[in-house]
Design a protein around this ligand. Sequence first.
Ligand SMILES: [Zn+2]
Length: 97
Amino acid sequence: MSSNNYDYLDGNAAAGELSKIFALDVTAAEGQCAHCGATKRFAEAHLYMQGPGVVARCAVCEHLLLRYVNVRQRVFLDVRGMTYLCLDTSQLQESNR
Ligand SMILES: [Zn+2]
């Protein structure tokens, strides 16, 4: 379990899973780490997908940013590791004609 490796992907790997629940592209969103205060695009986060869901960690301090677990018809989203997540709504106007 604690293999102590750095076997992660970048945040882009979560695009497919997160597009099920977010109308906007989360990987392009900017989030602030609640632990170290770093503000980065979600695509830069370190993503661990070997568990029963998706875990995103801060690229700077490795603190937990987001957990996403899909259980049957429900999705559990834990974003307490982020102070905020800033999404660009200009994408919506383009696809909403
Ligand atoms: Zn951090």
